[in-house]
Design a protein around this ligand. Sequence first.
Ligand code: DX5
Ligand code: ZN
Length: 221
Amino acid sequence: MTMPFLLSASILSADFATLGDQLAQAQAAGCDWLHIDVMDGHFVPNITMGPFIVATCRRASNLPLDVHLMIEKPEQHIEAFAKAGANTLSVHIEGNPNIHRTLQSIRALGCKAGIVLNPGTPASAIEAVLPWVDMVLVMTVNPGYSGQPHIAEMSTKIAHIRQMLNQRSSPALLEVDGGITAQTLPACYQAGANVFVAATAIFQHPQGIAAGVRALRSVVP
Ligand code: DX5
Ligand code: ZN
């Protein structure tokens, strides 16, 4: 069986002065999803975007919106992000004692539910909630900023989670996020990931967005 290969363009490195045009370029170049990094200055040091930007992307593009919540108490905000037009809402396992309820609430709002693991969190941490997730997101950097170096050692964890999903015949997607480039993508793909987030490699490619997407696509047969 050939695995789907999806590219999710993280708008964190886009030029917000011309956001609509940047999103159109990413879509024309063949990006499958838009990845929106929501940071609250508490769960991670940085502060970025809220539901307003998700609604802006919803108006500007018809691509699925892949919303990555790096915030404390995500359960208090999921409804606002769902109403803004998110398709997938991903929440971290770390610091979320009621994660099972939150994942169920995400599905009840009509969104796909994703569970995210930081680099320091073992694969086993998400085992109990796998029946309630549509996607697992393995962070290959510590969350907070784009442009950080990829942590190659995470491929062991990706492979472990791929095995956990296969053992359960789970249809959940396996996404990776952090330092994904044409150089780092192949090892993640070989380990079993099938959705690839990239900010810098797409929006900051020296030859432009289309060249960035082409470079990432060219490394997978
Ligand atoms: C990091 C974010 C990532 C980030 C990726 O906290 O979750 O989605 O935008 O940026 P690059 O692709 O530059 O590592
Ligand atoms: Zn992200």
